[in-house]
Design a protein around this ligand. Structure first.
Ligand SMILES: [Zn+2]
Length: 80
């Protein structure tokens, strides 16, 4: 994940990450521009799911997907 300093638009490095919840992290960042030296915190928050995780599928479906060798077969498993 690339963090840009909001003050000078240079690349910043993430020095520390604090995971408050699995969906919310605080990134402690330091600007790499020696003339700037800005240190700041960026919040990273999960928004919403676009396509559900395959990990949430029932075990039987996941096992069937593992035996598929083509995307077409996988689609048939998911449609069935
Ligand atoms: Zn900066």
């Amino acid at each position: 994940m690339r963090i840009i300093c909001d003050r000078c638009k240079s690349k910043a490095i993430i020095t520390t990450t604090r995971e408050l919840t699995p969906q919310f992290r605080k990134l402690y960042c330091a600007c790499t521009n020696p003339e700037c030296g800005h240190t700041f915190v960026v919040n990273v928050e999960f928004s919403h799911t676009l396509s559900p995780s395959a990990l949430d599928l029932p075990d039987t479906v996941r096992q069937a997907l593992r035996s598929c060798s083509t995307p077409t077969q996988a689609r048939q498993v998911l449609a069935g």
